[in-house]
Design a protein around this ligand. Structure first.
Ligand code: ATP
Ligand code: MG
Length: 444
């Protein structure tokens, strides 16, 4: 009864809706750091000749099962997979974008014309435990070089990361460090795998449940265990590096010697393995000590068999993926994020009568590249001038442009420097806006 009465008297208050757990809104002012980062990355990737690709966020589930491997964390437990209720298709929100890029290239036989250097940016989805630096929707920038077999391109991709760190103000070796390994070729891995299985079988009493489960399905992945109690048995395991043949070693040495030549320091980490099964030869990670256990900001490597595995004409490839959230967290911690840019000009519009003139002038300024934020009217018309000036100051704008009735009647508008009270207010002729707009731009 009571409930009914309440419904009659007022509109029923609905419970507030919330975003899906682990999926974040990116709102101002934070979004400006995202745009800044994406802009720098895009520009830099362009300078290395990488072109943008945008593939769908939803892909057939079979793509990831086939590309990443059935017994990987991602495929086993992290994918957002569902059935399309309309037609029964089995679909998945992409957990990574290398598989999608390869699918797209294969579909159009894009590599017929030779190698392709590509990059992407966008959201990825993994059903993980949300924590700092780990989310269910997160974002990556990724670069992929398809159709190139040589160690030179491995090095190029790694160097692109270093160039990006430098542009962002990160110091390599201190803020981010490079770890490098070679996973060799499948037959070499097979021999190593037998040795690993024998090692883990001999030390079963030292393994946790997850490792026990993986002894035969994916023993390599045990090496990646974060369980401190298992470190001794992991550390004493046979190393893949000693199973590599001449060609694999030569490839690895060639990558190292380019990095040496350009003065990039790295640590060879023989235990570095990656979360997807498609990698061979070079694998690497850029890591930081400042983000706890979410310390990998970028990971990549060679995946020479993947193109063929997904039905394409065999071609080698190499690439990396970078977590944007983690990078922004790191940049924030190091106070390397740029301040949000305020508008150059805040337009104070005291009366409705000057609106036409004010609008034309603001439009002209914006057409010249000057950013102008207008004080918008309320339901009862323009706010008091004092209120407008307060807002102008709060906005952080350098100038207030005042369209006072008297000034406009004289064919003028006045410009007040909000950052420096000692600068006298100046009047500018409205019909010459094209001329003083340029001065405003220069003044920044
Ligand atoms: P981790 O070992 O931290 O789970 P990963 O090996 O699963 O990382 P990759 O699949 O190689 O990660 O993805 C490349 C990069 O994307 C990672 O180095 C990281 O910066 C970022 N990343 C991966 N998963 C997440 C996530 N759930 N939330 C935020 N960033 C992520
Ligand atoms: Mg992971």
């Amino acid at each position: 009864m009571n409930e009914n009465n309440e419904k009659i008297g007022k509109i029923e208050k609905k419970p507030a809706l919330q975003a899906v757990k682990g999926m974040n809104d990116i709102l101002p002012p934070d979004s400006s750091a995202w745009e800044w980062f994406e802009g720098r990355a895009r520009e830099l990737l362009g300078r290395y000749g990488y072109a943008n690709v945008r593939t769908p966020i939803v892909e057939p589930t079979a793509l990831f099962a086939r590309a990443l491997g059935q017994v990987t964390d991602i495929v086993e437990k992290e994918m957002y997979s569902f059935e399309d209720a309309k037609n029964g298709d089995r679909l998945t929100l992409r957990p990574e974008n290398t598989a999608g890029v390869v699918r797209a290239m294969n579909e159009r036989s894009f590599l017929r014309e030779g190698g392709k250097r590509l990059y992407y940016m966008g959201p990825m989805f993994r059903h993980e435990n949300p924590q700092k630096g780990r989310y269910r929707q997160f974002h990556q920038v990724g670069a992929e070089a398809l159709g190139f077999a040589g160690p030179d391109v491995d090095a190029e991709l790694i160097l692109m990361c270093r160039a990006l760190w430098r542009e962002l103000g990160l110091v390599e070796g201190r803020d981010v460090r490079l770890e490098l390994n070679s996973l060799g070729q499948p037959d070499e891995r097979l021999a190593h795998r037998q040795a690993l299985i024998a090692h883990f079988e001999a030390h079963q009493h030292l393994l946790d449940a997850e490792a026990l489960r993986r002894i035969h399905s994916n023993p390599l992945r045990i090496l990646d265990s974060k369980n401190p109690a298992m470190q001794p048995v992991v550390e004493s395991a046979p190393q893949l590096m000693s199973f590599l043949g001449e060609a694999s070693l030569a490839h690895f040495k060639a990558v190292c010697s380019v990095l040496d030549a350009v003065g990039l320091s790295y640590r060879v980490n023989p235990r570095l393995v990656r979360g997807m099964d498609y990698y061979n030869l070079t694998v690497f990670e850029w890591v930081t000590d400042r983000l706890g256990s979410q310390g990998t900001v970028c990971g990549g490597g060679r995946y020479d068999a993947l193109i063929e595995q997904l039905g394409g004409k065999p071609a080698p490839a190499v690439g990396w993926g970078m977590g944007i959230e983690r990078l922004l967290l790191l940049l924030k911690e190091l106070e390397l994020l740029p301040p949000v840019q305020p508008p150059a000009v805040y337009a104070v519009v005291p009366s409705a009568g000057v609106m036409g003139v004010a609008m034309s002038t603001m439009e002209a300024l914006r057409a010249h590249g000057v950013s102008v934020l207008m004080h918008a009217m309320g339901p009862a018309g323009p706010a008091r001038i004092r209120t407008q000036f307060e807002k102008a100051n709060d906005s952080g704008a350098r100038y207030a442009l005042v369209f006072g009735d008297d000034e406009v009647a004289r064919g003028e508008v006045s410009l007040k420097n909000l950052r420096d009270a000692s600068v006298l207010q100046r009047a500018f002729p409205l019909h010459q806006v094209d001329q003083w707009a340029a001065d405003l731009l220069q003044a920044g």
